[in-house]
Design a protein around this ligand. Sequence first.
Ligand code: CTP
Ligand code: ZN
Length: 153
Amino acid sequence: MSENHKLRVSKIRNGTVIDHVHAGQALNVLAILGIDGSDGEEVSVGMNVPSDRLATKDIVKVEGRELNQDEVDVLSLIAPEATINIVREYDVVEKHRVERPDTVEGILSCPNAGCITAADEPVTSRFDVLADGVRCVYCERIVRDEIASLIEP
Ligand code: CTP
Ligand code: ZN
């Protein structure tokens, strides 16, 4: 198949392509990055597109914004295979994998109703990242599955 036949989402000129996102996670990627279109940024999302490496994948393209490593590392929690491509004048000038951060702050909310972060206190959520999940630093609740459901609105 020629590249023209394969391309589902337009190439971008300048910005970031988050590629090889597990199918079904694209909207969670946007939620974690706080991208909802309200800033007027141009965002393209492909869902369940064919992939060489995964059976199918999701892909997110953000025009006009180069996401930094700290911003994208939190994506490792829901999209561990993601590739980050920085694009300038249509060329991929940087390509790297997401890396698991040691902690994530202000991104996930603790599911424990008794946690200090659930009270009406000005406490920023913070989780330590474990090999197989995340642990609230305040109440030590561990979440292994459904991390995406903890993403703060
Ligand atoms: N891309 C884009 N706009 C550009 C350049 C690239 O949207 N101006 C996208 C491509 O469509 C692809 C991703 O960025 O989804 C990575 O591009 P590239 O490195 O050229 O593709 P591959 O070599 O297939 O990447 P990989 O080896 O990471 O699968
Ligand atoms: Zn907690």
